[in-house]
Design a protein around this ligand. Structure first.
Ligand code: ZN
Length: 199
């Protein structure tokens, strides 16, 4: 039985670039779930990931943005998995470096009426600048020996999600104990029930 991945957006991979890769669920199942399937969903992801300050107008996000985010996500997926298994291909590294070379979005700290400082953007958000920030996060991650050492691939049957294991003892086995961990526990329970019936 193929477990179905949920459509919910997740932000628990531990790094921005990995959270983008995690917008495809159940990659190893017969029916992977595309969580960034509309510009509306991309807007929700950008806000949820904290890539744009709260209240930023995201009207410019359209199908063109979606296509560029999908392409960047496919690239990040290839690079991260290849680096875990060995080494990413040179052309992919060049593509990643190309994405990372775009100037980051400009942000400012502005005093709100209640005295707190709030982050605001300058001008309309730019797709290339936002992708640049994600790509630089991947560059930082892959060139940091400590962070690299924390990269893990989920052991879930249909999940290949990569996350940062910052748990004590580095023994985290799943992208999420509520999702893949729970699914594994249920499957184990079911197997045991079948075995005890058979004996
Ligand atoms: Zn998983």
């Amino acid at each position: 039985m193929a477990a179905t991945a949920t459509y919910d957006l997740r932000f628990d991979a531990g790094r921005l670039c990995l959270d983008l890769v995690a917008t495809v669920g159940g990659r190893l199942s017969e029916e992977p779930v595309e969580r960034l399937d509309t510009p509306e969903r991309l807007r929700a992801w950008l806000a949820g990931a904290g890539l744009v300050p709260g209240g930023t107008g995201l009207d410019a996000v359209d199908g063109g943005w979606l296509g560029r985010f999908h392409a960047a996500r496919a690239l990040l997926h290839r690079v991260v998995h290849a680096e875990i298994a060995g080494a990413a291909a040179d052309p992919d590294l060049e593509r990643l470096n190309g994405l990372a070379s775009t100037a980051p979005p400009v942000v400012r700290a502005v005093r709100a009426p209640d005295g707190t400082l709030v982050r605001t953007g300058v001008g309309a958000p730019d797709c290339g600048a936002l992708l640049g920030r994600i790509a630089r996060d991947a560059v930082d991650l892959l060139t940091d020996p400590v962070a690299r050492g924390q990269l893990r691939q989920c052991e879930g049957e249909t999940c290949s999600l990569v996350y940062l294991d910052t748990s004590r003892g580095r023994r985290r086995r799943w992208c999420s104990s509520e999702v893949c961990g729970n699914r594994e526990r249920v499957a184990r329970h079911r197997r045991r029930a079948v075995e005890s019936q058979a004996s």
